[in-house]
Write a new protein. Structure first.
Lengths: 637, 305
């Protein structure tokens, strides 16, 4: 570990030479195979993380383009630009893309890149599973967009309520592709959740006890556990749906003793925690950015952690607030009202902690902090409308109107996309070694902020005026026209801002200012290595003695003792992070890719025939066997 | 009696019935104030638990005597809705227990029930108990100016209780995405005074009058000779199919195709010429008719008021 400001002495020079030699040996051990083979076989969390982030942003842009098309259609009443069938596919694809292919994956992707660096280890736990999860995700996303391009995109919304999505009312393969896309993305999300839990609990650098863990790691830990509990519900639901559609089961058919509301319960038991699965990682990003740019630790660390954990628990107790109008017992509804209002408390605690951090720190208003401020303003508004909608009587008016569209874009874009863009500005130097352009960044932020509010604030009004969601057009003369036109204009501004963002990224990749190891003066471990980090992340495993290791002169030193000719990492205890075991990590392998391809074939085949599951599982079993085959002379991967 | 006393009395008797209002007794108020503040929809004079009280009176809860049943069917608009009809059975009840009894027989007497399409008539100042059932997908009945929404879920019967407080015309619509033409699934809601409502109902109960003019008679013959009676019913004629909306009082309605078009002779002609142009995915097919025949059929339909 290069110590800062160390006087150049003979001893230091000898140490530096030793370090350089160690780095060469580690590089030889951890480096990917060269060329295309390396590209397909890599298990490096940084490489896979970068890929994941870029792919998720591609889906963000695609989903955004669909939204722009919808806004054009809704700009004026009774517009004939887009027909009802196309429009229904557009909003179904927009919702599915943004939720399943962008929001959840991009947060996990950031975690795949950052968590091992922040935890001070050399790779993510189960690195081959990580590679597998990316390929599965990519296949699912490509499949649904190919289906969409072939006019077989989903038509029943991202929520696919039955019976509208049942074989009787959604003939053809459209809904099957949607349901299989869910299966793809959920498999990949569950895989990453397992990796993150294992990485955060077992691979933290020695000394990084839970009480010293960065808030981003806390938020990812809570998120990963939430994924483990929420995703099985939707996989169950989509499997029921597929078997209703494919093999004639009647889980959701009321006429045969099934229940249409079963779908809604299962879907929202996943769907509401999903919102927090997107939102909690963003909170971690906000905490990291706030601390760095306020130049002080986040105020009220224990309360922040408790708020994250509380949010994780409460999030599973609110799903019925999506179903207040379905005729469930009133008494039950009021419990969900209470739970929905209660979850505002931990969010409020965190908001106040960040405000206190900024207020009592020495803030530097660079682009990442601007995005954090935009997040606070926007998210608080979204939270307030959320508390409004939690009340049953009010919700019965607001439910399924544009007011709700406004509300959840305030919490999802305000709560997740603002922090995410801030996070890209913040960590881009670490990932690429170059900084994003600050002037373009300011333009990017202000256009996005203005565009966002011009787009979504009018939706509150038009919702109160009675405009329902998911309509491909609306009659003139109800007072909705000016608000819709305004929303469309705002959406164009957001589009310009995203183009600016992409331009900034592409330009800075080649011509950005070189960043150095730690351009922001940040406290966390990812800034203790070079930018971009070497394949092995850290030459010496950091030993952590403080919550902000880089801000304390004695906060950090290095551990030697791991093999440099094997992919070894150190396993530590879950709570205190005391070093326990040297553990060999598996190396590059083509089999995760083959396993993912086999899984993809199985899932896609089963869209057309139930036999796809039977015959398709054989190649999957072969690929998995090869994946886990012990390498000669070495311990099992 | 002070409203709170009334409330307390009924709370003790029928705690389960109005438990939601009990748990959140004031929760209705922000909506009203918000709406007043924004001067949006005309709302009933008072919402909240006090209004529920007469509904929850013992006689009513114990014996839900319905004055009449009104079935509202939408215009076969959604492609998704091919299987059947969206049926909103509406039982209107009186808040005077004695008056209910005098009409109690109606609920079980099909000859006294009225079937409309895409319109809903309610008498002012009386509690309406709307029974919500669907035979196809999930819909949601929402009349923003009257009340919150309530879903229609297959296999379940949901209830919505409203008390219109002033006469007039309101727009209702489906609030749950229900397929291709969810956007055009609107409901024309008329709140009449007691006399107007009774007159409307008596009128709706009558069969269609036989066509008087030559053109209308020619139209009736043409109507019976082409595909129309395969789907539609006109009481008083031989057409009795239940697949499409009942046309017995078509000309008394103010919209066509669940709000997609205003009702007039010209729009009816245009609709018959090509329904798919005006509402893509509507269940109504384009029936090949020459210009003259179409004109005669429309002459006939315009007499069905």
């Amino acid at each position: 570990m290069p110590t800062r400001g160390a006087p150049p002495s003979d001893e230091a020079r000898v140490q530096a030479d030793r370090l350089a030699a160690l780095e060469r040996r580690l590089d030889a051990t951890w480096r990917d195979r060269p060329g295309l083979a390396g590209w397909f076989t890599t298990v490096d969390h940084k490489r896979i993380g970068r890929r994941y982030i870029v792919t998720a942003f591609v889906f963000f842009v695609l989903g955004g383009a669909l939204a722009l098309a919808m806004r054009l259609q809704l700009a004026r009443p009774e517009s004939g630009l887009i027909g009802p069938d196309c429009y229904n596919q557009l909003f179904s694809m927009h919702g599915s893309s943004m939720m399943f292919l962008f929001a959840v994956p991009v947060m996990e992707a950031m975690a795949v890149y950052l968590v091992p660096l922040m935890a001070g280890t050399r790779n993510i736990a189960f690195p081959r599973l990580n590679a597998y999860s990316y390929w599965v995700y990519l296949l699912g996303g490509v499949m649904i967009y190919v289906a969409f391009a072939l006019d077989a995109g989903p038509e029943a919304g991202w929520f696919s309520y039955v019976p509208l999505a049942s074989p009787a009312f959604s003939p053809g393969k459209r809904t099957d592709f949607w349901a299989q896309m869910i299966t793809f993305t959920e498999v990949s999300a569950l895989a990453i959740a397992v990796e993150l839990v294992a990485t955060i609990l077992k691979l933290r650098a020695p000394g990084m006890s839970l009480a010293r863990m960065p808030l981003f790691l806390w938020s990812m830990l809570v998120t990963a556990f939430m994924i483990l509990f929420a995703m099985p519900a939707v996989m169950l639901a989509s499997s029921f749906l597929i078997s209703d559609r494919l093999v004639g089961t009647q889980f959701f058919n009321a006429a045969e003793g099934g229940d249409a509301l079963l779908w809604q319960h299962l879907f929202w038991f996943f769907g509401h925690p999903e919102v927090y699965i997107i939102f909690l990682p963003a909170l971690g990003m906000v905490s990291a950015i706030t601390a760095t740019f306020s130049r002080r630790p986040v105020f009220g660390y224990p309360y922040m952690v408790l708020a994250l954990v509380a949010t994780g628990f409460f999030a599973f107790g609110l799903w019925v607030h999506h179903m207040f109008a379905t005729g469930l017992p009133h008494l039950g509804n009021s419990f969900y009202t209470v739970a929905s209002m209660m979850i505002a408390l931990p969010s409020g605690v965190q908001i106040f902690c960040w405000i206190a951090t900024i207020g009592s720190g020495r803030p530097r208003f660079a682009t990442p902090l601007l995005f954090v401020l935009g997040f606070i303003a926007t998210f608080v508004l979204g939270g307030l409308t959320g508390v409004m909608a939690a009340s049953v009587p009010l919700d019965l008016q607001l439910h399924d109107t544009y007011f709700i569209v406004a509300h959840f874009h305030y919490v999802l874009i305000g709560g997740a996309v603002f922090p995410l863009l801030g996070a890209v500005y913040y960590w881009f130097p670490k990932i690429t070694g170059r900084r994003l352009d600050e002037r373009l960044g300011h333009w990017n932020f202000w256009l996005f902020f203005t565009g966002f509010h011009v787009t979504f604030f009018p939706m509150h009004v038009v919702g109160l005026l009675g405009m329902p969601r998911r309509v491909y057009t609306y009659p003139a003369g109800l007072g909705w026209e000016p608000w819709n036109l305004l929303s469309t204009a705002g959406a164009m501004l957001i589009g310009v801002s995203v183009v600016l963002f992409a331009a900034n990224v592409l330009r800075s990749l080649r011509r950005g200012v070189p960043a150095g190891d730690d351009p922001w003066g940040a406290p966390d471990l990812e800034w203790a290595t070079s930018s971009p980090p070497p394949a092995f992340n850290f030459a010496l495993i950091p030993a952590v003695r403080s919550s902000e290791p880089l801000w304390h002169a004695d906060g950090l030193s290095g551990y030697a003792g791991l093999a440099d000719d094997e992919r070894e990492v150190v396993l530590t205890t879950a709570v205190e992070a005391e070093p326990r075991v040297r553990w060999r990590m598996p190396g590059p392998s083509p089999w995760p890719l083959f396993a993912a391809l086999a899984t993809g074939v199985m899932f896609m085949w089963s869209v057309f025939s139930p036999w796809g599951v039977v015959w398709g599982s054989i190649p999957v079993a072969i690929a998995l066997t090869a994946w886990f085959w012990p390498e000669p002379g070495k311990a099992s991967p | 009696m002070h409203p709170l006393q009334v409330f307390e009395e009924h709370r003790q008797r029928f705690a389960g019935e109005c438990l939601q209002r009990l748990v959140l007794p004031g929760a209705d108020l922000p909506l009203e104030q918000l709406h007043r503040l924004l001067m949006l929809h005309p709302l009933p004079a008072h919402v909240g638990f006090v209004e529920v009280v007469p509904v929850a009176s013992g006689e009513f809860v114990g014996d839900r005597a319905a004055l009449f049943i009104q079935r509202v069917r939408h215009g076969k608009a959604c492609r998704a809705c091919r299987r059947g009809e969206l049926r909103v059975r509406i039982g209107v009840v009186n808040d005077h227990a004695l008056a209910e009894r005098t009409h109690a027989g109606d609920a079980s007497d099909p000859s006294r029930s009225v079937v409309t399409a895409n319109e809903l008539h309610l008498p002012v100042g009386r509690v309406a108990e709307i029974e919500l059932q669907t035979l196809d997908v999930i819909h949601s009945l929402w009349i923003p100016g009257l009340s919150g929404k309530q879903d229609l879920v297959p296999g379940r019967t949901n209830h919505l209780r409203v008390t219109p407080r002033r006469t007039g015309r309101l727009r209702g619509q489906c609030a749950e995405f229900c397929g291709l033409q969810h956007a055009w699934m609107a409901l024309d809601v008329r709140i009449d005074d007691e006399a107007g409502f009774a007159a409307w109902r008596e009128h709706q109960l009558r069969d269609a009058a036989p066509p008087a003019s030559d053109d209308a008679r020619a139209g009736a013959a043409a109507f019976a000779a082409v595909a129309c009676p395969l789907c539609h019913a006109i009481r008083g004629s031989t057409a009795a199919a239940r697949t499409g909306p009942d046309l017995t009082h078509l000309a008394s309605r103010s919209t066509l195709a669940a709000g997609a078009l205003p009702f007039s002779r010209a729009t009816l002609l245009a609709w018959l010429a090509d329904p798919q142009r005006h509402k893509p995915g509507a269940h109504m097919p384009r029936v090949p008719l020459d210009e003259a025949r179409r004109e005669r059929i429309v002459d006939y339909l315009m007499t069905l008021d």
